[in-house]
Unconditional design. Structure first.
Length: 179
C-alpha cells in the first residue's frame, strides 16, 4: 500500500466529525493544486462536502486524494494518530463505522481475530465442523496456522473447546459474528 500524505497535509484536506465518524473536505489551499483556477474549481465543488464516501466492493469507504485511491478508515486513523496504520480493525465489524473508538491499528493476525463467520460455514460456529471420516465434531483454531483442538462426540464440547481457545489467544468477542 502506498504511503499516505503527512498528517499535516491531511489536516489541511479533511475535517473529522467525531459524532458521525465522517470526513468532510476542507477549503484546500492553493499549494495543493497546479494553479489558482484548479484550486477555485475544486473548492467550489467539494469544500464542506462529505469526503471519501464511495463504498467499494470490499465494503470500505474510499475516494480520491491527489489522483490516488485512499480509504477513509486509514485517513481517519492517520489524521487522529499521526502515524501510518498497518492493518485497521473495525471493532464492531462494520466497515463503514469510522468513529475514533471503533478503529484499531494492528496486524493481519489481529484483524483475523475479529472476522465474521465465513459464508461457507455449515456448523454455525467458526472453527467447528463435522468430520465425516471419524464421525466426530472437529474443533480447530487458526493463529499463525491451523491448530487442531481435538475431535468430540458432542457438538457443545467442540464449541466449548473452540471458545476457550479463542479466549486464550485473545480473539475479539465479535469473532464469528453473522454479518
Amino acid at each position: 500500500m502506498e504511503k499516505m500524505p503527512s498528517q499535516e497535509y491531511l489536516l489541511r484536506c479533511f475535517e473529522y466529525d467525531f459524532v458521525t465518524g465522517s470526513l468532510l473536505w476542507k477549503n484546500r489551499p492553493l499549494h495543493h493544486f497546479k494553479d489558482a483556477r484548479a484550486c477555485a474549481i475544486w473548492n467550489t465543488r467539494w469544500s464542506n462536502k462529505v469526503a471519501l464516501a464511495c463504498i467499494g466492493k470490499n465494503g470500505y469507504k474510499h475516494g480520491s486524494l491527489n489522483g490516488k485511491r485512499v480509504y477513509a478508515h486509514r485517513i481517519v486513523y492517520k489524521l487522529l494518530n499521526g502515524t501510518e496504520p498497518d492493518v485497521i480493525d473495525h471493532n464492531d465489524g462494520n466497515k463503514l463505522n469510522n468513529s475514533v473508538d471503533n478503529l484499531n491499528n494492528g496486524s493481519t493476525s489481529d484483524n483475523m481475530k475479529n472476522a465474521k463467520k465465513p459464508i461457507n460455514n455449515t456448523s454455525g460456529v467458526v472453527g467447528v465442523c463435522w468430520n465425516v471420516t471419524n464421525k466426530k465434531w472437529h474443533a480447530q483454531i487458526g493463529d499463525n496456522g491451523a491448530k487442531s483442538l481435538g475431535h468430540f462426540d458432542d457438538f457443545e464440547e467442540a464449541v466449548a473447546a473452540r471458545k476457550m481457545a479463542e479466549i486464550k489467544l485473545g480473539f475479539h468477542v465479535n469473532h464469528g459474528r453473522d454479518e
